[in-house]
Design a protein around this ligand. Structure first.
Ligand code: DI6
Ligand code: FE
Length: 405
Protein backbone atom coordinates (compact mmCIF):
# COMPACT_ATOMS: atom_id res chain seq x y z
CA UNK A 1 0.00 0.00 0.00
CA UNK A 2 2.02 2.94 -1.24
CA UNK A 3 -0.68 5.61 -0.97
CA UNK A 4 -0.52 7.65 2.24
CA UNK A 5 -3.50 6.71 4.42
CA UNK A 6 -4.92 8.65 7.33
CA UNK A 7 -6.49 6.47 10.03
CA UNK A 8 -8.61 8.84 12.08
CA UNK A 9 -11.32 9.08 14.72
CA UNK A 10 -9.55 6.78 17.16
CA UNK A 11 -8.37 6.70 20.74
CA UNK A 12 -4.66 5.94 20.55
CA UNK A 13 -2.75 4.09 23.28
CA UNK A 14 0.68 5.10 22.03
CA UNK A 15 2.76 3.55 24.86
CA UNK A 16 5.53 5.97 23.90
CA UNK A 17 7.16 5.61 27.28
CA UNK A 18 6.78 3.10 30.06
CA UNK A 19 5.07 5.33 32.59
CA UNK A 20 1.53 5.58 31.21
CA UNK A 21 -0.71 4.54 28.35
CA UNK A 22 0.08 7.64 26.28
CA UNK A 23 -3.60 8.09 25.42
CA UNK A 24 -4.55 10.51 22.65
CA UNK A 25 -8.24 11.16 22.05
CA UNK A 26 -9.50 12.02 18.57
CA UNK A 27 -6.19 10.60 17.40
CA UNK A 28 -4.88 9.96 13.93
CA UNK A 29 -2.16 7.86 12.34
CA UNK A 30 -0.71 8.84 8.99
CA UNK A 31 0.71 5.74 7.32
CA UNK A 32 3.08 5.99 4.39
CA UNK A 33 5.20 3.24 2.84
CA UNK A 34 4.54 0.86 5.70
CA UNK A 35 5.58 3.32 8.39
CA UNK A 36 3.95 5.73 10.79
CA UNK A 37 4.60 9.06 9.09
CA UNK A 38 2.79 10.98 11.81
CA UNK A 39 1.00 10.19 15.11
CA UNK A 40 -1.10 12.59 17.20
CA UNK A 41 -4.41 14.34 17.73
CA UNK A 42 -6.06 15.07 14.39
CA UNK A 43 -6.30 18.78 15.09
CA UNK A 44 -2.49 18.93 15.32
CA UNK A 45 -1.84 17.30 11.93
CA UNK A 46 0.27 19.80 9.96
CA UNK A 47 -1.54 21.04 6.81
CA UNK A 48 1.45 20.10 4.66
CA UNK A 49 1.01 16.46 5.68
CA UNK A 50 -2.77 16.61 5.41
CA UNK A 51 -2.32 17.46 1.71
CA UNK A 52 -0.39 14.24 1.13
CA UNK A 53 -3.30 12.03 2.29
CA UNK A 54 -4.67 9.85 -0.51
CA UNK A 55 -7.13 7.80 1.53
CA UNK A 56 -8.89 8.20 4.86
CA UNK A 57 -10.29 5.54 7.18
CA UNK A 58 -12.74 6.54 9.92
CA UNK A 59 -12.36 4.13 12.85
CA UNK A 60 -15.50 5.33 14.63
CA UNK A 61 -13.73 6.20 17.86
CA UNK A 62 -12.24 2.72 18.37
CA UNK A 63 -9.16 2.07 20.48
CA UNK A 64 -5.86 1.53 18.63
CA UNK A 65 -2.74 -0.01 20.16
CA UNK A 66 0.57 -1.10 18.67
CA UNK A 67 0.40 -4.53 17.02
CA UNK A 68 1.09 -7.23 19.59
CA UNK A 69 4.40 -9.09 19.74
CA UNK A 70 4.52 -12.75 20.82
CA UNK A 71 8.24 -13.07 21.55
CA UNK A 72 8.43 -16.75 22.62
CA UNK A 73 6.64 -19.58 20.82
CA UNK A 74 7.35 -23.14 19.74
CA UNK A 75 4.76 -22.99 16.96
CA UNK A 76 6.11 -25.61 14.55
CA UNK A 77 5.63 -29.25 15.57
CA UNK A 78 3.74 -32.42 14.77
CA UNK A 79 1.17 -34.22 16.93
CA UNK A 80 -0.27 -33.25 20.29
CA UNK A 81 0.12 -34.39 23.90
CA UNK A 82 -3.39 -34.54 25.35
CA UNK A 83 -2.71 -37.98 26.84
CA UNK A 84 0.24 -36.55 28.75
CA UNK A 85 -2.05 -33.84 30.12
CA UNK A 86 -4.32 -36.57 31.48
CA UNK A 87 -1.33 -38.32 33.06
CA UNK A 88 -0.23 -35.11 34.73
CA UNK A 89 -3.74 -34.61 36.10
CA UNK A 90 -3.44 -38.07 37.63
CA UNK A 91 -0.22 -37.09 39.38
CA UNK A 92 2.66 -37.75 36.95
CA UNK A 93 5.09 -34.81 36.93
CA UNK A 94 6.31 -32.99 33.82
CA UNK A 95 9.88 -34.03 34.70
CA UNK A 96 8.95 -37.69 35.24
CA UNK A 97 7.16 -37.84 31.89
CA UNK A 98 10.17 -36.24 30.19
CA UNK A 99 12.60 -38.66 31.85
CA UNK A 100 10.46 -41.60 30.73
CA UNK A 101 10.90 -40.54 27.10
CA UNK A 102 7.63 -38.62 26.78
CA UNK A 103 7.41 -34.87 26.80
CA UNK A 104 9.59 -33.04 24.27
CA UNK A 105 10.89 -36.35 22.88
CA UNK A 106 7.38 -37.51 22.03
CA UNK A 107 6.85 -34.33 20.01
CA UNK A 108 10.23 -34.82 18.32
CA UNK A 109 9.08 -38.22 17.06
CA UNK A 110 5.77 -36.78 15.81
CA UNK A 111 7.55 -33.84 14.16
CA UNK A 112 10.03 -36.06 12.35
CA UNK A 113 7.13 -38.21 11.11
CA UNK A 114 5.14 -35.22 9.80
CA UNK A 115 5.52 -34.05 6.20
CA UNK A 116 6.66 -30.52 5.39
CA UNK A 117 3.12 -29.78 4.23
CA UNK A 118 1.58 -31.01 7.48
CA UNK A 119 4.01 -28.98 9.55
CA UNK A 120 3.27 -25.86 7.51
CA UNK A 121 -0.48 -26.32 7.59
CA UNK A 122 -0.70 -26.85 11.35
CA UNK A 123 1.68 -23.97 12.09
CA UNK A 124 -0.27 -21.67 9.78
CA UNK A 125 -3.50 -22.34 11.67
CA UNK A 126 -1.82 -21.51 14.96
CA UNK A 127 -0.27 -18.33 13.58
CA UNK A 128 -3.66 -17.28 12.16
CA UNK A 129 -5.25 -17.64 15.60
CA UNK A 130 -2.60 -15.37 17.13
CA UNK A 131 -2.91 -12.86 14.30
CA UNK A 132 -6.68 -12.64 14.76
CA UNK A 133 -5.98 -11.35 18.27
CA UNK A 134 -3.76 -8.53 17.08
CA UNK A 135 -0.34 -10.22 16.89
CA UNK A 136 1.80 -8.74 14.10
CA UNK A 137 5.24 -10.02 15.18
CA UNK A 138 5.90 -13.59 16.16
CA UNK A 139 9.00 -15.44 17.32
CA UNK A 140 9.15 -19.14 16.43
CA UNK A 141 11.72 -21.57 17.84
CA UNK A 142 12.93 -24.79 16.37
CA UNK A 143 13.68 -27.58 18.84
CA UNK A 144 11.39 -30.43 17.87
CA UNK A 145 13.56 -31.66 14.99
CA UNK A 146 16.89 -32.19 16.77
CA UNK A 147 18.71 -33.35 13.64
CA UNK A 148 20.23 -31.08 11.00
CA UNK A 149 17.56 -31.94 8.46
CA UNK A 150 14.61 -31.77 10.87
CA UNK A 151 15.74 -28.52 12.47
CA UNK A 152 16.11 -27.14 8.94
CA UNK A 153 12.56 -28.25 8.10
CA UNK A 154 11.11 -26.57 11.18
CA UNK A 155 13.00 -23.32 10.64
CA UNK A 156 12.04 -23.33 6.96
CA UNK A 157 8.36 -23.66 7.92
CA UNK A 158 8.76 -20.67 10.26
CA UNK A 159 10.37 -18.66 7.45
CA UNK A 160 7.62 -19.71 5.04
CA UNK A 161 4.98 -18.41 7.47
CA UNK A 162 6.77 -15.07 7.59
CA UNK A 163 6.80 -14.95 3.81
CA UNK A 164 3.22 -16.14 3.20
CA UNK A 165 1.45 -14.35 6.02
CA UNK A 166 1.29 -10.63 6.85
CA UNK A 167 3.36 -11.19 9.97
CA UNK A 168 6.96 -10.60 10.90
CA UNK A 169 8.47 -13.93 11.98
CA UNK A 170 11.74 -14.07 13.94
CA UNK A 171 13.35 -17.50 14.18
CA UNK A 172 15.33 -18.92 17.09
CA UNK A 173 17.52 -22.00 16.74
CA UNK A 174 16.73 -24.20 19.77
CA UNK A 175 18.39 -27.49 18.87
CA UNK A 176 19.68 -27.56 22.48
CA UNK A 177 16.12 -28.24 23.68
CA UNK A 178 16.34 -31.98 24.48
CA UNK A 179 18.66 -34.87 23.75
CA UNK A 180 17.48 -36.84 20.70
CA UNK A 181 17.41 -40.65 21.15
CA UNK A 182 20.29 -41.24 18.74
CA UNK A 183 22.55 -39.30 21.15
CA UNK A 184 21.41 -41.10 24.34
CA UNK A 185 24.12 -40.85 26.99
CA UNK A 186 26.19 -38.55 24.74
CA UNK A 187 24.99 -35.04 25.52
CA UNK A 188 28.39 -33.44 24.89
CA UNK A 189 28.62 -35.06 21.49
CA UNK A 190 25.13 -33.75 20.72
CA UNK A 191 26.22 -30.23 21.65
CA UNK A 192 29.17 -30.65 19.24
CA UNK A 193 26.64 -31.50 16.53
CA UNK A 194 24.41 -28.53 17.41
CA UNK A 195 27.42 -26.21 17.18
CA UNK A 196 28.33 -27.70 13.78
CA UNK A 197 24.79 -27.27 12.41
CA UNK A 198 24.54 -23.64 13.47
CA UNK A 199 26.75 -22.07 10.76
CA UNK A 200 25.14 -24.29 8.12
CA UNK A 201 21.60 -23.15 8.97
CA UNK A 202 22.74 -19.58 9.47
CA UNK A 203 24.24 -19.73 5.98
CA UNK A 204 20.81 -20.74 4.68
CA UNK A 205 19.30 -17.63 6.27
CA UNK A 206 17.26 -19.62 8.78
CA UNK A 207 18.51 -18.29 12.14
CA UNK A 208 17.83 -14.91 13.73
CA UNK A 209 18.82 -15.87 17.30
CA UNK A 210 20.04 -18.88 19.30
CA UNK A 211 18.24 -20.32 22.34
CA UNK A 212 18.86 -23.28 24.70
CA UNK A 213 17.06 -25.11 27.51
CA UNK A 214 19.39 -24.87 30.51
CA UNK A 215 17.80 -27.16 33.05
CA UNK A 216 18.17 -30.42 34.99
CA UNK A 217 16.13 -32.13 32.29
CA UNK A 218 17.78 -30.07 29.54
CA UNK A 219 21.41 -28.99 29.16
CA UNK A 220 24.00 -27.94 31.74
CA UNK A 221 25.38 -24.41 32.02
CA UNK A 222 28.70 -25.68 30.56
CA UNK A 223 26.90 -27.12 27.53
CA UNK A 224 24.81 -23.97 27.17
CA UNK A 225 28.00 -21.90 27.24
CA UNK A 226 29.41 -23.86 24.31
CA UNK A 227 26.27 -23.19 22.28
CA UNK A 228 26.50 -19.48 23.14
CA UNK A 229 30.21 -19.30 22.26
CA UNK A 230 29.45 -20.68 18.82
CA UNK A 231 26.58 -18.20 18.43
CA UNK A 232 28.86 -15.34 19.41
CA UNK A 233 31.54 -16.44 16.95
CA UNK A 234 28.85 -16.28 14.23
CA UNK A 235 27.52 -12.90 15.37
CA UNK A 236 24.15 -14.36 16.39
CA UNK A 237 22.27 -12.96 19.42
CA UNK A 238 21.31 -15.37 22.19
CA UNK A 239 18.35 -15.91 24.54
CA UNK A 240 17.74 -18.61 27.12
CA UNK A 241 15.08 -20.80 28.74
CA UNK A 242 16.43 -20.07 32.21
CA UNK A 243 15.43 -20.94 35.75
CA UNK A 244 12.09 -22.52 34.79
CA UNK A 245 12.21 -25.59 37.03
CA UNK A 246 15.39 -24.95 39.06
CA UNK A 247 18.09 -22.32 39.55
CA UNK A 248 20.98 -23.24 37.27
CA UNK A 249 22.54 -19.76 37.16
CA UNK A 250 21.41 -19.67 33.55
CA UNK A 251 20.37 -16.02 33.60
CA UNK A 252 23.80 -14.86 34.75
CA UNK A 253 25.44 -17.01 32.08
CA UNK A 254 23.14 -15.64 29.38
CA UNK A 255 23.62 -12.07 30.58
CA UNK A 256 27.39 -12.49 30.26
CA UNK A 257 26.74 -13.07 26.55
CA UNK A 258 24.55 -9.94 26.36
CA UNK A 259 21.41 -12.07 25.89
CA UNK A 260 18.37 -10.39 24.37
CA UNK A 261 16.14 -12.17 26.88
CA UNK A 262 15.93 -14.79 29.59
CA UNK A 263 12.62 -16.60 29.63
CA UNK A 264 10.48 -18.34 32.32
CA UNK A 265 12.51 -17.29 35.42
CA UNK A 266 10.38 -18.74 38.23
CA UNK A 267 13.60 -19.75 40.04
CA UNK A 268 15.61 -16.61 39.19
CA UNK A 269 17.89 -15.51 42.04
CA UNK A 270 18.66 -11.93 43.08
CA UNK A 271 22.13 -12.35 41.55
CA UNK A 272 20.42 -13.34 38.30
CA UNK A 273 18.21 -10.23 38.43
CA UNK A 274 21.29 -8.03 38.89
CA UNK A 275 23.12 -9.71 35.98
CA UNK A 276 20.11 -9.11 33.72
CA UNK A 277 19.89 -5.49 34.82
CA UNK A 278 23.56 -4.93 34.02
CA UNK A 279 23.31 -6.46 30.55
CA UNK A 280 19.96 -4.88 29.62
CA UNK A 281 18.43 -8.35 29.15
CA UNK A 282 14.62 -8.55 28.96
CA UNK A 283 12.76 -10.86 31.38
CA UNK A 284 10.18 -12.83 29.38
CA UNK A 285 7.49 -14.22 31.68
CA UNK A 286 5.32 -17.09 30.51
CA UNK A 287 2.18 -17.31 32.63
CA UNK A 288 0.70 -19.99 30.35
CA UNK A 289 3.41 -22.52 31.26
CA UNK A 290 3.26 -21.52 34.94
CA UNK A 291 -0.49 -22.10 34.94
CA UNK A 292 -0.51 -25.26 32.85
CA UNK A 293 2.22 -26.98 34.88
CA UNK A 294 0.42 -25.78 38.03
CA UNK A 295 3.62 -24.20 39.32
CA UNK A 296 3.48 -22.40 42.62
CA UNK A 297 6.75 -20.50 42.69
CA UNK A 298 6.36 -17.02 41.23
CA UNK A 299 9.05 -15.24 39.21
CA UNK A 300 10.66 -12.47 41.33
CA UNK A 301 8.49 -9.68 39.92
CA UNK A 302 9.18 -7.14 42.68
CA UNK A 303 12.97 -7.54 42.24
CA UNK A 304 12.75 -7.27 38.46
CA UNK A 305 10.62 -4.15 38.80
CA UNK A 306 12.93 -2.58 41.37
CA UNK A 307 15.97 -3.29 39.21
CA UNK A 308 14.25 -1.79 36.16
CA UNK A 309 14.58 -4.99 34.13
CA UNK A 310 12.09 -4.72 31.22
CA UNK A 311 9.37 -7.38 31.51
CA UNK A 312 7.85 -9.02 28.44
CA UNK A 313 5.11 -11.66 28.21
CA UNK A 314 4.63 -14.39 25.64
CA UNK A 315 2.38 -17.35 24.93
CA UNK A 316 5.21 -19.96 24.97
CA UNK A 317 2.82 -21.86 22.71
CA UNK A 318 4.01 -25.50 22.66
CA UNK A 319 2.28 -28.88 22.84
CA UNK A 320 3.49 -29.80 26.34
CA UNK A 321 3.54 -26.95 28.82
CA UNK A 322 1.46 -24.22 27.16
CA UNK A 323 -0.83 -25.42 24.36
CA UNK A 324 -2.83 -22.18 24.19
CA UNK A 325 -3.09 -19.64 21.40
CA UNK A 326 -4.22 -16.47 23.11
CA UNK A 327 -1.71 -13.76 23.91
CA UNK A 328 -4.50 -11.70 25.49
CA UNK A 329 -5.13 -14.51 27.96
CA UNK A 330 -1.46 -14.21 28.94
CA UNK A 331 -1.99 -10.49 29.55
CA UNK A 332 -4.87 -11.28 31.88
CA UNK A 333 -2.98 -14.10 33.63
CA UNK A 334 0.10 -11.94 34.11
CA UNK A 335 -2.11 -9.62 36.14
CA UNK A 336 -4.06 -12.24 38.10
CA UNK A 337 -1.24 -14.77 38.67
CA UNK A 338 1.89 -12.56 38.62
CA UNK A 339 0.33 -9.29 39.84
CA UNK A 340 1.60 -7.21 36.96
CA UNK A 341 -0.34 -4.00 36.43
CA UNK A 342 -2.45 -3.86 33.24
CA UNK A 343 -0.01 -1.27 31.83
CA UNK A 344 3.00 -3.50 32.57
CA UNK A 345 1.23 -6.46 30.98
CA UNK A 346 0.33 -4.58 27.80
CA UNK A 347 3.88 -3.18 27.53
CA UNK A 348 4.99 -6.81 27.89
CA UNK A 349 3.24 -7.80 24.66
CA UNK A 350 4.20 -4.64 22.76
CA UNK A 351 7.30 -2.53 23.40
CA UNK A 352 9.09 -4.96 25.71
CA UNK A 353 8.20 -7.99 23.59
CA UNK A 354 9.78 -6.19 20.62
CA UNK A 355 12.88 -5.47 22.67
CA UNK A 356 13.17 -9.16 23.62
CA UNK A 357 13.57 -9.78 19.88
CA UNK A 358 16.04 -6.94 19.41
CA UNK A 359 13.47 -5.00 17.33
CA UNK A 360 13.55 -1.26 17.98
CA UNK A 361 11.21 -0.35 15.12
CA UNK A 362 7.87 -1.42 16.65
CA UNK A 363 5.87 -1.94 19.84
CA UNK A 364 4.88 1.72 20.28
CA UNK A 365 2.90 4.19 18.17
CA UNK A 366 5.51 6.76 17.30
CA UNK A 367 6.49 8.59 14.11
CA UNK A 368 9.07 6.62 12.15
CA UNK A 369 8.17 3.17 13.52
CA UNK A 370 6.53 0.39 11.52
CA UNK A 371 2.82 0.81 10.89
CA UNK A 372 1.82 -2.28 12.91
CA UNK A 373 -1.35 -1.69 14.90
CA UNK A 374 -4.53 -3.33 16.16
CA UNK A 375 -8.00 -1.82 16.38
CA UNK A 376 -10.13 -2.94 19.33
CA UNK A 377 -13.80 -2.93 20.29
CA UNK A 378 -12.77 -1.43 23.62
CA UNK A 379 -12.78 1.98 25.24
CA UNK A 380 -9.64 1.81 27.32
CA UNK A 381 -6.47 -0.31 26.96
CA UNK A 382 -6.80 -1.59 30.53
CA UNK A 383 -9.68 -3.71 29.18
CA UNK A 384 -7.08 -5.78 27.29
CA UNK A 385 -6.06 -7.12 30.69
CA UNK A 386 -9.51 -7.14 32.27
CA UNK A 387 -11.42 -9.60 30.13
CA UNK A 388 -10.62 -13.10 28.96
CA UNK A 389 -12.07 -15.78 26.71
CA UNK A 390 -13.32 -13.51 23.94
CA UNK A 391 -11.59 -11.62 21.20
CA UNK A 392 -12.18 -7.87 21.05
CA UNK A 393 -9.80 -7.36 18.09
CA UNK A 394 -11.65 -5.74 15.21
CA UNK A 395 -8.93 -5.06 12.69
CA UNK A 396 -5.18 -5.58 12.24
CA UNK A 397 -2.75 -3.49 10.19
CA UNK A 398 0.76 -4.84 9.63
CA UNK A 399 3.45 -2.88 7.83
CA UNK A 400 0.71 -0.51 6.70
CA UNK A 401 -1.34 -3.29 5.13
CA UNK A 402 -4.94 -3.57 6.29
CA UNK A 403 -5.49 -7.28 6.82
CA UNK A 404 -9.26 -6.96 6.88
CA UNK A 405 -9.50 -5.64 3.33
N1 DI6 B 1 10.32 -25.15 28.32
C1 DI6 B 1 9.03 -25.20 28.05
O1 DI6 B 1 8.14 -24.81 28.75
C2 DI6 B 1 8.86 -25.78 26.72
N2 DI6 B 1 10.20 -25.98 26.31
C3 DI6 B 1 11.01 -25.62 27.27
O2 DI6 B 1 12.21 -25.68 27.17
C4 DI6 B 1 8.08 -27.07 26.79
C5 DI6 B 1 8.28 -27.93 25.60
C6 DI6 B 1 7.45 -29.18 25.62
O3 DI6 B 1 7.02 -29.68 26.68
O4 DI6 B 1 7.23 -29.69 24.52
FE1 FE C 1 9.55 -22.19 25.73
Amino acid sequence: MAEPTLWRNTRLATLTDDTDWGLIDDGALLVDSGKLAWVGALRDLPPALRHTVAREVDLGGALVTPGLVDCHTHLVYGGQRAREFEMRLQGASYEAIARAGGGIRATVAATRAASDGQLLQSARKRAAALLAEGVTTLEIKSGYGLSLQDERRCLSVARALGNDMPLTVCTSFLAAHALPPEFDGRADAYIDAVCAWMPVLQGEGLIDAVDAFCENIGFTPAQTRRVFETARSLGLPVKLHAEQLSDQGGATLAASFGALSCDHLEWLSEAGVQSMRASGTVAVLLPGAYYYLRETRLPPIASLRLAGVPIALASDHNPGSSPGLSLLLMVNMACTLFRLTPLEAVLGVTAHGARALGLGDRGRLRTGLRADFAVWDLEHPNELAYGFGYNPCRRVVAGGIDLSS
